[in-house]
Design a protein around this ligand. Structure first.
Ligand code: 0O2
Ligand code: 0O2
Length: 208
């Protein structure tokens, strides 16, 4: 059984490592050309075996279908500073030729009832193995730092309450999600101000 899981998870581990390097590489390119990077930082993980089994049990997924139906065994998260950075990152991912986008879910426009916001993509990623190419599914989550702050805390509380929050905590989390949303809006406004100031400054320099 141990060998079976090692073999099953190996291509997912490789996919996560490769995707982290590729997406961190994008940030490095923006830095090299002195451009503002829409990507702030990138993390990734392979879903722990216990969580895979939990999800299979909850969603009544037979063990033979785990790889087909659990599409976030490999997952990479791209954090951005501003909400307006999310679309450009999605556009970059859409133009790539090293994987195929299978699904997109916009939980930013349609946030979840919990208050969760993020942009999700599922990709089919080809991993080169000694037996040939194995395509695995991977989930890419794109979110702002504020969305990440909220989701990280809510996720830890989820472990504590096993997904069943007392009403008061649920309401507080929803309020906190709204506060995080307002913070993102304020930051976007500040960014617009900064960009406007830059534009005015550059045109004045042009006059001189
Ligand atoms: P640096 O220079 O250390 O910041 P690895 O694949 O070993 O590099 P690992 O162990 O998989 O990384 O860790 P993980 O959790 O996937 O990603 C950690 C990366 O995310 C590190 O960057 C952290 O610095 C960065 N990170 C985590 N939280 C934050 C945060 O709140 N703000 C910022 N700016 N970065 C964060 P690197 O690439 O290792 O580089
Ligand atoms: P992990 O690794 O613990 O984060 P399902 O998992 O069936 O509910 P589905 O359809 O497989 O959902 O995918 P969905 O909803 O697009 O994405 C699920 C993942 O998004 C979760 O993974 C979380 O990472 C994140 N997510 C979705 N909703 C919430 C939420 O309300 N709060 C937080 N903190 N994260 C959320 P997992 O499975 O929880 O795995």
């Amino acid at each position: 059984m141990v060998k079976h899981w090692d073999e099953l998870l190996a291509p997912y581990e490789q996919a996560v490592e490769e995707l982290k390097i590729k997406f961190r590489g994008l940030r490095a390119q923006y830095e090299m050309y002195n451009m503002n990077s829409p990507i702030e930082f990138v993390t990734g993980r392979v879903k722990p075996i216990a969580s895979i089994l939990d999800k299979a049990r909850t969603n009544k997924i037979p063990h033979n279908n785990i790889e087909e139906e659990i599409r976030d065994i490999a997952a990479v998260r791209i954090m951005v500073q501003f909400v307006d950075d999310i679309k450009p990152v999605v556009e970059i991912l859409r133009t790539r030729t090293d994987f195929e986008i299978i699904e997109e879910r916009d939980y930013i426009i349609n946030n979840k009832e919990s208050g969760y916001r993020s942009y999700h993509l599922v990709i089919a990623y080809p991993v080169q193995t000694i037996y040939g190419v194995k395509k695995v599914f991977a989930e890419i989550q794109i979110r702002t730092l504020a969305m990440n702050f909220w989701a990280t805390i809510e996720h830890s509380l989820n472990y504590k309450y096993k997904g069943i929050f007392p009403e008061e905590i649920k309401t507080r989390l929803q309020r906190a999600a709204e506060a995080a949303h307002r913070l993102d809006e304020e930051m976007s406004n500040i960014r617009d101000e900064i960009q406007e100031a830059h534009a005015i400054f550059s045109s004045k320099k042009g006059d001189v």
